[in-house]
Design a protein around this ligand. Structure first.
Ligand code: ADP
Ligand code: MN
Ligand code: MN
Ligand code: MN
Length: 341
């Protein structure tokens, strides 16, 4: 038997963006624990905006477990927040609203800024870098990338791979101090779970560098500097294996009918980012187009090949602060409104 350090993590009740919380419990296991070996646990919901002080207990229900290579016998336990009965999902538990669909696949592209002293890493104390946007995207060299960012990004990548997260890649983004990673998962909740765990690991890696992750979609406001998105690539078994133009058009009509419902869960302040400029569609419009990065939904070339309308689609509207649980939930809900071909 060995004593395992189980870091139970969950989303708090802060709005408009939930924060990540975590606490450790030690338990003995013969080998790395499986999900069904992990007990429910409680926490003080009055400290996380999830309960009143006079009845403060909330319950953590483990939903996924990942090795944590930074700790000896470490595990990260992703949890849903439940009511004190342990079976009713808490109102802040968006994961519980995701339709179960093992055939649903999601790929999220998380963009973010590294921030130090209240500004993007590498920005001067006043004003903007001498070199404007251009060389930073997928760039290399100290004068563009600095010396700390890549250490963080690489360390984060290794932690995700050690955890078994289906991390698909990284790239430096358009603004100085801005980066991206991608996570893909099969099943309606898997990529969203892994995105939250990856965010947790990134926030934690940054602590020791005295750096924060800025997830806001437009941290530099109305300037020439890019904002951050979290494109949501999605497909279902029907989209991948049947598809067809008529089904695709019906699906897009359902998306067009639910613009407000989608934008409501695509991250706060998205009007600052979805302006119709900088490869975005305006927040109140809905459009789609082949290879069109100025559309709400981009259709990959592969999708329309031989007029099949089969494969995956990219919803470009979700922003970097969006909750992947709420995003996946809304996309599957809209898809469910359209009769299968
Ligand atoms: P780009 O920056 O050009 O939009 P990326 O490579 O950053 O492209 O992201 C594309 C995403 O699409 C990846 O996360 C990938 O996992 C995802 N993806 C690919 N195929 C599918 C599919 N069939 N269903 C859902 N997502 C997919
Ligand atoms: Mn990308
Ligand atoms: Mn990008
Ligand atoms: Mn993309």
């Amino acid at each position: 038997m060995a004593k395992y350090k189980l870091e139970y993590i969950w989303l708090d009740g802060y709005t408009p963006v939930a924060g990540l919380r975590g606490k450790t419990q030690i338990k003995e296991f013969a080998s790395f624990p499986t999900l069904d070996q992990l007990p429910l646990w409680g926490f003080d919901g009055s400290s996380t905006q999830q309960a009143e002080g006079k009845s403060s207990d909330c319950v953590l229900k483990p939903v996924a477990v990942y090795p944590d290579s930074t700790r000896k016998n470490g595990a990260i336990v992703m949890c849903e927040v439940m009511m004190p009965d342990g079976t009713t999902p808490h109102p802040t538990n968006a994961r519980a609203t995701i339709l179960d669909d093992p055939g649903a696949w999601f790929g999220f592209e998380q963009e973010y800024f590294l921030y130090q002293d209240g500004r993007p890493l590498g920005f001067p104390a006043d004003g903007f870098p001498k070199i404007g946007q251009g060389p930073y995207y997928c760039g290399v060299g100290y004068k563009f990338m600095g010396d700390i960012a890549r250490q963080i990004v690489e360390e984060h990548l290794d932690l995700c791979l050690d955890a078994g997260i289906n991390h698909e890649g990284i790239n430096a983004e358009v603004a100085k101090g801005q980066w991206e990673f991608q996570i893909f998962g099969k099943g309606s909740k898997k990529a969203a779970d892994e995105m939250w765990v990856a965010r947790y690991l990134l926030n934690r890696v940054c602590e020791k560098y005295g750096i924060d992750v800025e997830y806001h979609c437009k941290p530099l406001g109305d300037s020439d500097w890019n904002g951050s998105g979290m494109h949501a690539n999605f497909s279902t078994e029907i989209l991948r294996e049947k598809g067809g133009k008529a089904y695709f058009e019906a699906l897009m009509a359902a998306f067009a009918d639910n613009v407000e419902e989608h934008i409501a869960v695509y991250g706060p302040d998205n009007h600052m980012r979805l302006t119709g400029l900088h490869e975005t569609q305006a927040i109140d419009k809905f459009s789609y187009g082949v290879a069109d990065r100025g559309a709400s939904v981009r259709i990959p070339h592969s999708f329309v090949k031989d007029d099949k309308y089969q494969g995956y689609l990219e919803d470009r509207r979700p922003n970097s602060q969006g909750d992947p649980y709420q995003i996946a939930s809304r996309i599957l809900k809209t898809i469910s409104l359209v009769p299968a071909p």
